[in-house]
Write a protein that binds this ligand. Structure first.
Ligand code: NAD
Length: 480
């Protein structure tokens, strides 16, 4: 029986075929044990009339091998075409985006020599769940969803990744001082999970100051774990300041499947010229080898690649006459790496030796907390007269007719009734809090809403006001 690990490879578009060829040659020469199934995705598939850019047989291959090494694909402009990356990521449940970013000074120009950071970004939730609504003439909303299992999975993955790669610290980056319930959950789970990893240090940063420190002193950081939107921004900042955007690889990890790729795109401007740098995809492939338990091969390839950079054998994108000795094309660069297999860099830090495969997180079951209803925040679209909060409150109280007490109205989160400030600017989007002091039958909320609608209010939506094990599951209005 073969001991080779089955993987699916797509060469992609533009420079994809050239760099994939170079990478596969290097992996083969290094002794990677791979059984490769090739699939075709991207431009030619779109052009053949498949709006997803991928055909059903490709999914069969991905489900079979569960490991996907993907060349960059061109996303055609125009309606009806969906991003293939997003399709694959969402369809296969690839919840963790892992992007290591390193500086290779003095061989690749950077302002931050010594930088060596891995950003682990949650990939499925947060503001990227894509749940957006226009609610009134003036106001639109995007829902930020953060789940406990989704958070536990990404945080555990970050700690498992750190441990398996011999990294020392994991820092969480969120804005829990403002978003106390959503980002607060991330912090709560981070603390719980961190307590199980004695061998890995934990740090917490508010995302704004954390990002500023990352941009200024990236040497402070090791592994960073964060939610989707912050991670999207932070990983680009990190790659940019390292000076190595073109060299970075990334991994998208799920419970059953994983996808590995370069961070850059298909570079149609230089496609077919044989001058593209294969290092981004090679770094993606190194993450893949470690993921499938071939860390020894990854270490060997990484050291040979670092030695090639050190020897000044550079493709045009990083060529610099002051440090480069030879300008080479894609194939010659691959040959240079192959020729150095078994060698190690002498100036740059060596690849981390003995790195194993990160274990995939197993979630700890947790009994659900006891939920009780206290009322609802009812959102109304209202723009009558001078938009006086007092007038709105009178109308609401009359319409509710005692079913639940109105205790607060806010506009864009700022309390405007009772005792609002006349200076507060009000839009046509009002949150009206109807809250009892003791738990209620949630049917009362239905009665309340139908009374408000019967009285002519344009009810946009309601959010339940609930307690969980006695703790409120809702935020207070600013100034409440
Ligand atoms: P790009 O990353 O393809 O190119 C940006 C610049 O960097 C170009 O000048 C290019 O020549 C250069 N470059 C990129 N990779 C290089 C390499 N390996 N060696 C040398 N130079 C390299 O970004 P773009 O031009 O904005 O996008 C081109 C296409 O790629 C678009 O269709 C975009 O949607 C797609 N894209 C795909 C992915 C992916 O598949 N993961 C990611 C980003 C962009």
């Amino acid at each position: 029986m073969s001991t080779h690990t089955p993987i699916t490879v797509a060469r992609g578009d533009g420079i994809g075929p050239e760099i994939t060829d170079a990478v596969l040659r290097i992996l083969d020469a290094a002794g990677a044990s791979l059984d490769i199934e090739e699939i075709t995705i991207g431009e030619s598939v779109w052009n053949a009339g498949h709006p997803a850019g991928i055909t059903p047989d490709c999914w069969d291959s991905l489900r079979r091998t569960k490991v996907f090494l993907k060349g960059p694909v061109t996303t055609p402009y125009g309606k009806g075409v969906k991003s293939l990356n997003v399709t694959v990521r969402k369809s296969l449940g690839l919840y963790a985006n892992v992007r290591p970013v390193r500086a290779y000074a003095p061989f690749v120009r950077t302002k931050h020599p010594g930088m060596d950071v891995v950003v682990v970004r949650e990939n499925e939730e947060d503001l990227y769940a894509g749940i957006e609504h226009r609610q009134t003439d003036e106001v639109r909303q995007c829902l930020k969803l953060v789940s406990r299992p989704g958070t536990e999975r990404i945080v555990r993955y970050a700690f498992e990744f750190a441990r398996s790669q011999g990294r020392k610290k994991v820092a969480s980056f969120v804005k829990d001082n403002i978003m106390k319930i959503t980002d607060g959950l991330f912090t709560e789970v981070f603390e719980e999970v961190a307590a199980e990893y004695d061998d890995v240090e934990k740090e917490r940063y508010i995302v704004d100051i954390g990002s500023a420190l990352l941009a200024d002193r990236p040497g402070m950081f090791d592994v960073i774990v964060t939610t989707n939107l912050y991670g999207d921004i932070i990983s680009d900042i990190a790659a940019q300041i390292a000076g190595s955007v073109g060299l970075a690889g990334s991994a998208n990890i799920g419970d059953s499947c994983a996808m590995f790729e370069a961070v850059h795109g298909s570079a149609p401007d230089i496609a077919g010229q044989g001058i593209a740098n294969p290092s981004g995809l090679l770094n993606g492939a190194l993450l893949m080898l470690r993921h499938i338990g071939q860390g020894d091969v990854a270490t060997k390839v990484e050291n040979a690649w670092l030695k090639t950079l050190e020897d000044g054998v550079h493709t045009g994108d990083i060529y610099d006459a002051t440090v480069s000795s030879e300008r080479v094309g894609t194939a010659a660069f691959a040959d240079a790496v192959i020729a150095r297999l078994g060698q190690e860099p002498s100036t740059l830090p060596k690849a981390r030796a003995g790195t194993g495969a990160p274990s995939l997180p197993v979630l700890k079951p947790r009994p659900p907390q006891v939920k009780k209803h206290l009322g609802a925040d009812v959102f109304v679209d209202w723009a009558e007269g001078e938009r006086s909060p007092d007038a709105l409150a009178q109308g609401l109280i009359a319409a509710a007719d005692g079913v639940l007490p109105l205790i607060m109205i806010s506009n864009r989160g700022v309390k405007v009734w009772p005792d609002g400030m006349p200076e507060t600017f009000c839009t046509d989007h009002w949150r009206c809090r109807f809250q009892a002091e003791e738990p209620i039958d949630s049917k009362k909320v239905g009665v309340l809403i139908s009374r408000l609608i019967d009285a002519g209010f344009d009810v946009i939506k309601h959010e339940g006001l609930c307690t969980f094990d006695g703790q409120p599951g809702f935020s207070r209005g600013q100034g409440q």
